[in-house]
Design a protein around this ligand. Structure first.
Ligand SMILES: [Zn+2]
Length: 237
């Protein structure tokens, strides 16, 4: 059976459901996203660009809304191919404004194009966006230990610095709270609560290759294979 685009063995579904998770991951599509991507260190520029755009698009909306539109976003934005997005012209932007599978907000769409251009400049200067963005946490995930996500901040000195520097480079929709959400998503900070089964596993996990480099024409990125979810399954470690 399929859950959020992933093939799941129905006999293990019960076990998956009983696992303790962060409060926001109570239903799909949040569960699969939480279990496989959120908080896992991301080092692929395409995946980092995608999350930067999606976190900006979320402003004022729920993350669930964005996840539900994710396949639409990948299709509409050429699978977040930065070079392509950087070349979008007024006609393409108009086309995107009429696309009901994404958030139809002129400023957010313009920001995606602007940020693609900014990202190409950063790649020229630092070699990769990955090398640039991880500098804001010294290259290693910040390990927190929250009992409840209510304890987690919505911005930090690191996200303030990231926001300020991105803004200076012309990036849009990169306020400090958006930057902090990006840092949580990309594993720059580990904000899984300590009781969550992903707390120890997220930073040790690797992003499934399918999520790093989705082949063209397959905007879902290809499903993870059954039994190949990127967590280890044993919780006594
Ligand atoms: Zn969690």
């Amino acid at each position: 059976m399929e859950v959020g685009g992933l093939r799941v063995n129905p006999f293990t579904m019960g076990g998956m459901r009983e696992k303790q998770r962060c409060d926001w991951a109570k239903a799909e599509p949040n569960i699969t996203y939480h279990d496989t991507e959120w908080g896992v260190p991301h080092h692929d520029d395409r995946a980092l660009f995608e999350l930067l755009i999606l976190e900006g698009a979320q402003a004022g909306l729920s993350w669930t809304t964005i996840l539900n539109k994710r396949a639409g976003y990948r299709r509409a934005f050429d699978n977040f191919d930065t070079r392509r997005v950087a070349r979008y012209d007024a006609r393409k932007v108009q086309q995107l404004l009429e696309d009901s599978e994404i958030v139809r907000n002129r400023l957010k769409i313009a920001a995606a194009v602007q940020n693609a251009r900014g990202l190409l400049d950063v790649q020229k200067e630092f070699g990769s966006f990955d090398a640039y963005i991880w500098r804001f946490v010294g290259g290693q995930p910040i390990q927190n230990a929250w009992r409840s996500l209510r304890e987690a901040p919505t911005r930090t000195a690191e996200s303030d610095a990231m926001s300020k520097d991105l803004a200076k480079r012309g990036f849009k929709f990169v306020g400090s709270t958006i930057c902090y959400a990006f840092m949580q998503a990309t594993g720059m900070v580990n904000d899984h609560v300590v009781t969550c089964f992903r707390y120890r596993e997220a930073t040790a996990a690797q992003l499934p290759p399918a999520l790093c480099r989705s082949p063209k024409g397959h905007p879902s990125g290809g499903a993870a294979k059954p039994g190949r979810l990127p967590y280890r399954g044993k919780s006594q470690a």
